[in-house]
Design a protein. Structure first.
Length: 321
């Protein structure tokens, strides 16, 4: 069923590269997420799934919903695409279509930040899986609260700053910019997003210097550190370009989708690290290289004991104890 579009009386912005870019980014994000699921199934099995492994399914769902919203609103437009004087002369059919697009566009203010905040929680669960001391464990618990409270603050901003609630998709009469462009949402989003990301990035720095973890996990932590800085930069660029650009559904959604796609790839990169080890592609049960090395060393020691004298065996047994 084709998506309805308003008449030529509504001059919607057109860009032939817009939808191909969105679906290309969506495909990349979906492939990365599915690859992540495959890596975790191979390395720990479904029985070893942790919080971030379940959150990735929520992230995939919200990310797909965002792509569908972007597809539909490209054709329908929204209340941000018309002026107060223009809506007075629009046919009722155009008003209905614009209202439909406005409802979807407003819904994206819940699904789009949902993707970003599930990515934050995935990072925290990843850090919690590492061998951390008491200080870092407490710090992660505090950050869970910070991320949760920042999400609540953002949702309250999205839900309460345009009143009455149905003004968020009203077309005629056209409400003010706080209900159409919603600059207050962008400001709260970028501040909470950047501050919470900066707080999360405070964890991996001491981990890299002091924590005794495998090189593979250190690689994962390093990737998260670099990706976190990149995500912060992307969030700031997205907010600046959106607020300074011409208000339109395309302008808002284009940068929002780019930000979520970058975030998915950046956060997932750390979990994909086992792909680049021989252990992952070795037949049979997955055994990390470090564990395999320890097993081989243990077998060599056992073989040496079996070939040695009883006195040597007793000495070696004392060493193992």
């Amino acid at each position: 069923m084709p998506t309805p579009s308003p008449s030529s009386a509504v001059q919607l912005e057109q860009d032939n590269s817009y939808l191909p870019e969105v679906w290309a980014l969506n495909a990349i994000g979906v492939i990365v997420i599915l690859t992540r699921i495959g890596v975790r199934l191979r390395t720990v099995g479904i029985g070893g799934f942790q919080g971030d492994d379940y959150l990735v399914f929520l992230c995939l769902t919200l990310y797909t919903i965002n792509a569908i919203i972007v597809q539909i609103t490209y054709y329908t437009g929204g209340n941000i695409d018309v002026s107060a004087s223009q809506v007075l002369t629009l046919p009722d059919r155009d008003v209905e279509i614009l209202e439909y697009g406005s409802k979807l566009e407003y819904a994206s203010w819940y699904t789009y930040p949902g993707v970003i905040w599930t990515l934050k929680l995935q990072v925290l669960f990843f850090f919690r899986r590492l061998t951390l001391g008491i200080f870092h464990t407490r710090m992660i618990k505090i950050l869970f609260w910070i991320v949760g409270l920042s999400w609540i603050a953002l949702i309250l901003t999205v839900s309460l700053t345009c009143r009455p609630y149905h003004y968020n998709w009203m077309i005629r009469p056209l409400p003010g910019p706080q209900c159409t462009f919603r600059p207050q949402n962008f400001w709260v989003l970028v501040v909470l997003n950047v501050l919470s990301d900066a707080a999360i990035l405070a964890i991996p720095i001491p981990i890299l210097w002091s924590l005794r973890i495998s090189p593979l996990r250190k690689l994962g932590v390093s990737l998260l550190l670099c990706s976190g800085l990149f995500i912060i930069s992307t969030a700031i660029v997205r907010a600046v370009l959106t607020l300074r650009g011409a208000p339109s559904v395309i302008n808002i959604n284009r940068w929002g989708f780019r930000e979520t796609a970058v975030g998915i790839v950046a956060v997932t990169a750390a979990v994909l690290a086992p792909l680049f080890t021989r252990a992952f592609w070795r037949k049979g049960r997955y055994i990390p290289n470090d564990d395999l090395h320890r097993q081989r060393t243990y077998r060599v020691n056992i073989s040496s004991l079996a070939a040695g004298s009883p006195e040597d065996q007793a000495i070696e047994e004392d060493r193992f104890e």
